[in-house]
Design a binder for this molecule. Structure first.
Ligand SMILES: Cc1cc2nc3c(=O)[nH]c(=O)nc-3n(C[C@H](O)[C@H](O)[C@H](O)COP(=O)(O)OP(=O)(O)OC[C@H]3O[C@@H](n4cnc5c(N)ncnc54)[C@H](O)[C@@H]3O)c2cc1C
Ligand SMILES: NC(=O)c1ccc[n+]([C@@H]2O[C@H](COP(=O)([O-])OP(=O)(O)OC[C@H]3O[C@@H](n4cnc5c(N)ncnc54)[C@H](O)[C@@H]3O)[C@@H](O)[C@H]2O)c1
Length: 459
């Protein structure tokens, strides 16, 4: 049986940052992933390909706002070629990075399961092989959740849109999306901007359930009003009728409704992938997630679980941060002082058109904790860059602790949200105050100057 220092189950954002860090520190590391490549679902069908398509839609939206129109009809196949190219470029780049560390780090294609707390069995086309390791990082991510709705098998998923050579190569004229979370809202915005007629059905009363209702209420009016968004919708069935038409039946408090569509996207969430054999080891799993503390250790101390598999903040950069924390704790010998991942300072962006982003504790979280906040806002109507781009709607809002004026959280609704939230997140993570932000003279004419302008309003 081959012995290594560390094995990672998966080779995505929860795994490879730790694998590289540990290999550079001289540990012998093995990554196992059925895909046989690094980056997991982020590159295979998630963040990067979805944003490669999104930016086309954003350019198209901006072009029509400036009266530049569309020189040709939008050709989805052409956009998909661009998306595929970006994915292939990144796979090539990752292979080269892996090659440079090949003496210490390897990736094998296969599915791993636990035999005991230090042994994993890897299965692939060549058979099965066992490996022993002192430390194991579980980073098996998440997979698409399909609710038990009759006819759900007729729906496409994000995979049909964003995997390499995706099945979806032409725009559906009428698209129905089931689920008003991240994927549902982003895809609604993107495909609507490219020309589809979109109806989105969300089961809960609020879009983006679980996110600060005031933030969601601020985002919703920024989205194109011709996207039909129905909350409190209970989907009863999806039925194929004629060759290419699907009939979606649903119920709301207003009554029953049936809509026809050329495609239905199922975007009802993702669930963690728990590797076989884990629970027999006594690793605590609750509500389908591997339980970890902020050191990323599971209830079995030499086994770590990073990324979507622990369900804490299912975002790529959060997986990367957790993976690096686990690596530092392994290098430190799993002993005090341990390194802790700061789950509170992870920025989140919903890449709709326009985008919206938040970080730290915003109004609802602070109220739930019984804490007061001093708010400072900057509306984009007064921002020079927003005026240049003719995107005056939206705002940037900061939440400060009374007394210390320490920044506890913030949100950005509208222009450059995905960029601005990084700067606000850094300030939250470093414990900066309104005075620190107010004293910084950010660049003009960029929307980031709104951060210091908002803070200055408190003095
Ligand atoms: C459409 C879409 C868009 C997204 N957009 C964004 C975005 O814009 N920004 C963002 O931050 N996040 C985004 N995400 C979320 C992001 O993709 C995930 O948070 C991120 O990929 C999590 O990384 P991970 O390593 O935990 O898991 P994954 O990326 O899921 O990787 C897990 C890997 O483990 C492998 N695996 C599974 N079982 C086993 C096993 N038994 N043995 C070995 N390997 C196994 C899988 O094949 C997979 O490659 C998006 C997701 C989707 C679906
Ligand atoms: N910008 C980003 O960072 C980004 C983008 C895309 C995905 N992601 C990640 O991927 C994960 C998965 O995204 P997602 O949008 O699939 O999940 P999600 O959990 O964000 O949203 C799923 C939505 O579907 C709804 N739903 C569930 N069952 C339903 C039903 N039967 N009928 C109607 N609605 C139903 C839920 O109430 C929820 O609002 C997210 O949690 C997020 O972490 C992140």
């Amino acid at each position: 049986m081959q012995q290594v220092d560390v094995i990672t189950l998966g080779a995505g954002g929860g795994a490879y940052p730790a694998a590289f860090r540990l290999a550079r520190a001289g540990r012998q590391v093995l990554m196992v992933d059925p895909k046989g490549v690094m980056s997991g679902n982020c590159l295979a069908e998630g963040c990067v390909p979805s944003k490669a398509v999104r930016e086309y839609a954003e350019l198209s939206r901006q072009a029509s706002r400036f009266g530049l129109g569309r020189s040709t009809e939008i050709d989805l196949a052409h956009i998909m070629t661009h998306k595929d190219r970006v994915q292939r470029t990144r796979y090539t780049q990752h292979a080269a990075e892996l090659e440079k560390l090949s003496a210490k780090l390897s990736l094998i294609q296969g599915r791993a399961r636990f035999q005991d707390a230090n042994t994993v069995v890897v299965e692939n086309d060549s058979g099965t092989k066992s490996y022993r390791a002192e430390h194991i990082i579980i980073a098996t991510g998440a997979d698409i959740f399909v609710p038990p709705i009759p006819g759900a098998e007729h729906c496409m998923t994000s995979r049909d849109l964003f995997a390499l050579n995706p099945t979806m190569q032409s725009l559906p004229r009428r698209l129905i999306i089931i689920g008003g979370g991240y994927i549902g809202l982003e895809t609604a915005s993107i495909l609507h901007a490219l020309g589809s007629e979109v109806t989105l059905l969300e089961q809960q009363q609020q879009l983006l359930p679980g996110i600060d209702p005031d933030f969601v209420a601020g985002l919703t009016p920024l989205l194109d009003p011709t996207i039909r968004m129905i909350t409190g919708a209970e989907v009863a069935s999806i039925e194929p009728t004629t060759a290419a038409v699907l009939k979606v039946s649903f119920r709301t408090t207003e009554g029953d409704e049936v809509l026809a569509a050329d495609a239905v996207l199922m975007a009802a969430g993702r669930h963690p992938v728990i590797p076989e054999g884990l629970e027999a080891l006594g690793v605590q799993v609750e509500r389908g997630r591997i339980m970890v503390d902020s050191t990323l250790r599971t209830s079995v101390p030499h086994i770590y679980a990073c990324g979507d598999v622990n369900g804490r903040v299912p975002l790529f950069h959060a997986a990367v941060g957790q993976s690096l924390t686990a690596a530092r704790n392994i290098l430190g010998g799993d002993r005090a002082p341990m390194d802790y991942f700061d789950f509170n300072s992870v920025p989140t962006t919903i890449f709709t058109l326009p985008a919206a982003a938040y970080v730290g504790r915003t109004r609802a979280a602070l109220q739930a904790m019984g804490r007061e906040a001093i708010e400072a806002a900057y509306v984009f109507a007064e921002d020079s860059r927003a005026q240049i781009y003719d995107e005056p709607d939206g705002e940037l809002r900061l939440f400060f602790e009374p007394g210390s004026l320490r920044l506890m959280g913030g949100w950005v609704l509208g222009i450059d949200a995905g960029q601005l939230i990084g700067q606000i997140g850094l300030a939250v993570s470093k414990g900066l105050t309104a005075r620190d932000l107010a004293a910084f003279c950010d660049q003009h004419p960029m929307a980031s100057e709104g951060i210091s302008k908002a803070a200055r309003r408190l003095f």
